[in-house]
Ligand binder design. Structure first.
Ligand code: TPP
Ligand code: MG
Length: 327
């Protein structure tokens, strides 16, 4: 009998692995499918960054709200949005999460507390201040979490939101997903501070930087911040240093990356490999058990792609529905 040295039991370790594997498989498959030319719009892939979304979302329930980015598939999957509905949405089909009218950058599922991917950099930050304020008034213990790229972190509304969250002591976490680039611009060029923790402290927020390729580092730091926010301790900032395996968008030639950078990251900084190796070596989960999850997830994604392709497009009649909310 192996002893479990992790802060999660075996069922939750399996759940974390399944979530990260589902995101990875979803993105790897989209990379292939997008190149065929059947998918409308832009697609930004989250492969390589799975430990961040998963390590955070393992602490949340549907009462908690998140606001995502243009690179939102991983956040959606980790927050529990249906994978079939997501795939159909990306294909622009009527069976999609937003009936095919949003596409990759506007997937939302309010019942799951997923307030939406967002094509406007930094726009999730004020949204979660609203979600945090609502949770505070309701007293339901909910938190609001916004994901912000290193590039988006320089947007005025992110800084205004940090100030507002601090002033109103909101249960809000600002997660900076620092993957080193904003499109082709390196973070060293575009951001004046070396650590986002310094920026958080300028607003009176506690901040922590973690290795975002280490699921357990993210899980533990996020857990502490979320617990504190639920108990009325206020907002915080979590910087996750991570890598993106693909280009900024599908079709990006990635000439700004160093030679061999992607190969190096896939070999040495793959959060899934790191997680699986660490768990396997303790014997808590076996290689066979992980392989069974891989197979199950492969079948899920295969089915999601097949049904998205077969689904109908929205009709012209749908053009004006879901545009305004009736109050
Ligand atoms: C307000 C705004 N400015 C510019 C853009 C164009 N744009 C889209 S993604 C991107 C870079 C984002 O970089 P980062 O925030 O680091 O996120 P990442 O793509 O690395 O996940 C830019 C400049 C935009 N969508 N919104
Ligand atoms: Mg970035």
């Amino acid at each position: 009998m192996s002893t479990n040295p992790f802060p999660l039991d075996k069922a939750d370790l399996m759940k974390a692995y399944r979530t990260m594997r589902t995101i990875r498989e979803f993105e790897e498959r989209l990379h292939v499918e997008f190149a065929k030319g059947d998918i409308p719009g832009f697609v930004h892939l989250y492969a390589g960054e799975e430990a961040c979304a998963t390590g955070i979302m393992m602490h949340l329930t549907d009462v908690d709200r998140i606001a995502s980015t243009h690179r939102g598939h991983g956040h959606c999957i980790a927050k529990g949005v249906d994978v079939h509905e997501m795939m159909a949405e990306i294909y622009g089909k009527a069976t999609g999460a937003c009936r095919g009218k949003g596409g990759s950058m506007h997937i939302a599922d309010l019942a799951k507390g997923m307030m939406g991917a967002n094509g406007i950099l930094g726009a999730g930050a004020p949204l979660v201040c609203g979600a945090g304020l609502a949770a505070k008034f309701r007293g339901d213990g909910g938190v609001g979490i916004t994901f912000i790229g290193d590039g988006a972190s320089n947007q005025g509304m992110v800084l205004e939101s940090m100030n507002l969250a601090a002033v109103w002591n909101l249960p809000v976490i600002f997660v900076v997903e620092n993957n080193g680039y904003a499109e082709s611009t390196s973070v060293d060029y575009a951001t004046a501070v070396d650590s986002y923790v310094d920026r958080a402290s300028g607003f009176g927020l506690p901040g922590v930087t973690v290795d975002g390729t280490d699921f357990f580092a993210v899980y533990e730091a996020a857990g502490e911040m979320i617990r504190r926010a639920r108990e009325g301790g206020g907002p915080a900032l979590l910087e996750c240093k991570m890598v993106r395996f693909f280009g900024h968008f599908e079709g990006d030639a990635q000439t700004y990356k160093a030679k061999g950078e992607n190969d190096y990251n896939r070999e040495h900084r793959d959060c899934l490999k790191i997680f699986a190796a660490r768990v396997r070596e303790t014997g808590v989960v076996t290689a066979e058990e992980f392989a069974a999850v891989d197979q199950e997830v492969g079948a899920l994604i295969e089915d999601a792609v097949a049904s998205a392709k077969a689904a109908p497009l929205p009709s012209a009649r749908d053009l004006t529905s879901d545009v305004y909310v009736a109050y």
